[in-house]
Design a protein around this ligand. Structure first.
Ligand code: NAD
Ligand code: DAU
Length: 377
């Protein structure tokens, strides 16, 4: 079957992996990447597929309902995979209104364009899909009842060799939303609007909530690429608080594979959590990154441990995230493919082998952006 799909935020980190996967896997589909190219959007993420005949890039704002509506009509769009968002928690603390505008109003505007177009067709919503990509942060923070880590009751191929869980509770799909940051509050609100468009108008929607992604093409404001680049340049590594917060990490290509599967086989109006049961304390990841980068650059073991610099904690810093993805495994047979320590090897290799990509971002405006955000650390 031919499909015509808009992917929003396709020039960002996760979006570029989803675009690449869909363009390569489905030559018979039309894949339209709609991205505003904010500071986080980068067409260098897509050089390898930009000339494929089934791919089109359109620079547009998701808040612009009319432009999206015209594009949907022109391309006869029958599916939307919505990733465009402001995505960095620290930025949301500085600019809550900007986050509400993009993440809430942008999502409503996109839903409205889809509603106007699909309801104008004779078959209406039949064969259509609006798939909204969200985050585990909407569930809030879990308690850390086992600060030293216990053996995880659940593991997947993505789970780290240490198989730790830092508490007994996990985020399941039926948990009440309890977001804490302006970013997660805005994402939570957008999730509610997506479900409201299903319940009110019958739009065939799906929502997924994924844990922290890592891998190539991530903007170096996020922990893993920032720290790899800082270790490379021997710059301080700003660890928030004591570095004891826990995140649950998934390789970005495994997230993209889940998105492809759910877009095609997920049940309308359902929510699926995506994650690989792979909890890590920040400080442990930071030691692993230092060891890995130093080894690959031929530096002495432990040489760059002295770069670790404890800084003021993030306001409202969520203590622990841990996703329960068993519904997705059980109902759609999804399994992550890459074990975490292997994924970190691959990720460090990618950033060290693609220094031009990183240098292109970190030259020019980046220093100013970083200083505006964090002061002169
Ligand atoms: P990102 O910041 O790397 O990319 C966001 C993209 O959206 C950029 O290309 C940007 O130009 C584009 N964009 C921003 N505002 C826009 C607008 N108004 N109109 C059109 N395009 C706009 O983000 P990411 O880390 O790739 O995250 C993508 C999505 O996945 C987000 O919705 C995020 O909430 C969600 N998510 C991210 C993670 C993660 O670990 N990064 C985990 C779970 C869910
Ligand atoms: O859980 C999914 C979420 O993961 C996504 O929805 C977000 O879009 C994505 O940005 C990510 O949010 P986090 O806040 O968890 O990611 P970040 O990389 O900013 O931080 C990871 C952890 O590392 C967090 O506990 C804060 C800490 N940290 C981060 C930075 C940038 C530091 O200690 N120092 C830093 O400089």
């Amino acid at each position: 079957m031919k499909r015509s799909i808009i992917i929003t935020g396709g020039a960002g980190f996760i979006g570029s992996h989803v675009v690449r996967l869909m363009v390569n896997k489905y030559p018979e589909y039309r894949i339209i990447n709609v991205d505003l190219l904010t500071y986080a959007g980068n067409l260098n993420n897509l050089r390898d597929i930009e000339n494929k005949p089934n791919y089109r890039f359109v620079r547009a704002n998701i808040c612009d309902t009319n432009t999206i509506l015209s594009l949907m009509k022109e391309e006869r769009v029958d599916g939307i995979i919505h990733l465009a968002a402001e995505s960095h928690v620290d930025r949301s603390i500085k600019d809550p209104v900007g986050f509400a505008t993009t993440n809430i109003l942008g999502t409503i505007s996109l839903l409205q364009a889809a509603k106007l177009y699909w309801e104008s067709l004779p078959e209406k919503y039949e064969g259509k899909r609006f798939y909204h990509i969200s985050t585990d942060e909407v569930y809030g923070a879990l308690e850390m009842t086992n600060p030293e880590g216990i053996e995880s009751p659940f593991t997947t191929k993505a789970s780290s060799a240490h198989h730790h869980a830092y508490g007994t509770k996990f985020f399941t799909e039926d948990l009440k939303y309890n977001p804490h940051s302006p970013y997660s509050a805005a994402k939570a609100s957008s999730d509610h609007f997506v479900r409201a468009f299903h319940d009110t108008y019958g739009m065939p929607t799906i929502v997924t909530n994924c844990s922290n992604n890592y891998g190539p093409y991530q903007f170096p404001e996020k922990l893993i690429p920032l720290f790899i680049n800082n270790i490379r340049h021997r710059k301080p590594l700003p660890v928030y608080g004591k570095g004891g917060n826990v995140r649950d990490w998934l390789y970005v290509e495994d997230h993209a594979r889940a998105i492809d599967l759910i877009f095609h086989q997920g049940k309308t109006a359902e929510t699926y959590n995506i994650g690989g049961f792979n909890e890590w304390k920040n400080i442990d990841i930071i030691h692993l990154l230092i060891e890995t980068v130093d080894r690959k650059l031929g530096r002495k073991k432990g040489e760059d441990e002295s770069l670790i610099t404890y800084v003021t904690d993030r306001a409202g810093h969520d203590l622990r995230y841990a996703i329960d993805s068993r519904k997705l495994q059980r109902e759609l047979g999804w399994e992550p493919s890459l074990q975490f320590e292997e994924g970190i090897e691959r990720t460090v290799d990618w950033y060290l082998n693609n220094q031009a990509w990183m240098d292109n971002i970190t030259s020019g405006e980046y220093e100013k952006y970083y200083e505006d955000m964090y002061g002169n650390r």
